[in-house]
Design a protein around this ligand. Structure first.
Ligand code: 5GP
Length: 207
């Protein structure tokens, strides 16, 4: 019987989706304060919001640069959301997972669907997808207005998208109903802990 202090496991790809305004950015920012995973920074063609930092919140790219990277196959997935392009860099995800390092990505429901259906057995085995369900559309509208970064027209578009995105909750392994920020963090951490104990992810030498 080997001593069991050499347990290793494969990396987990935590995919987090939530309609905008559901508190996802606050949640990911809080989770990143105690990082026991790599947060894969996405690329986008949307302009930075006040306070957003290039390379930390997103890689802010021009439209042509983004299209060239699509053509070069640099994205694991990409999607057009709210009229802008967003994409996950393949290299960040694959390099970390192959080293057994967990990765967190924050993407829309279309992006999550393309990751689920990407046909790569390593990605499929690593996937743990989580949907953050807003407590209701009224509350979502209140949160978006409180944030104050979008025009009324953009808020209307985001609410319409949110209603459509909420239909996809059942495609996710986990659905967390959004409450206070502390509750959301605790629920998400519970999912992370459980996923890390999945037998099929563990490698126990000699057993
Ligand atoms: P925001 O503009 O509010 O930062 O993000 C808008 C939406 O784009 C959110 O639903 C967010 O999850 C999604 N998003 C951010 N990065 C990516 C990405 O790399 N791929 C996809 N498919 N969606 C993304």
């Amino acid at each position: 019987m080997p001593t069991l202090n050499k347990i290793e496991r494969s990396g987990i790809l935590f995919v987090l989706s939530a309609p905008s305004g559901a508190g996802k950015t606050t949640l990911t920012t809080a989770l990143r304060q105690k990082p026991d995973f790599v947060y894969a920074v996405s690329c986008t063609t949307r302009p930075p919001r006040p306070g957003e930092i290039d390379g930390e919140d997103y890689y802010f790219l021009g439209h042509d640069d983004f299209q060239a990277r699509i053509a070069a196959g640099e994205f694991l997935e990409y999607a057009e959301v709210h009229g802008r392009f967003y994409g996950t860099l393949r290299s960040t995800v694959v390099d970390n997972l192959s080293k057994g390092v967990d990765v967190l990505i924050d993407i829309d429901t279309a992006g999550a669907a393309s990751i689920r259906n990407c046909g790569d057995p390593v990605i499929a085995g690593a996937l743990a997808d989580v949907f953050i369900m807003p407590p209701g559309l009224d509350e979502l509208a209140r949160r978006l207005r409180r944030r104050g970064t979008e025009s009324e027209e953009q808020i209307a578009m985001r609410l319409e998208n949110a209603a459509a995105e909420m239909q996809h909750w059942h495609d996710y392994r986990y659905t967390l109903i959004s409450g206070s920020m502390e509750e959301d963090i605790e629920k998400f951490r519970a999912v992370m802990r459980a996923e890390r104990y999945l037998s099929r992810r563990l490698v126990i030498p000699g057993l």
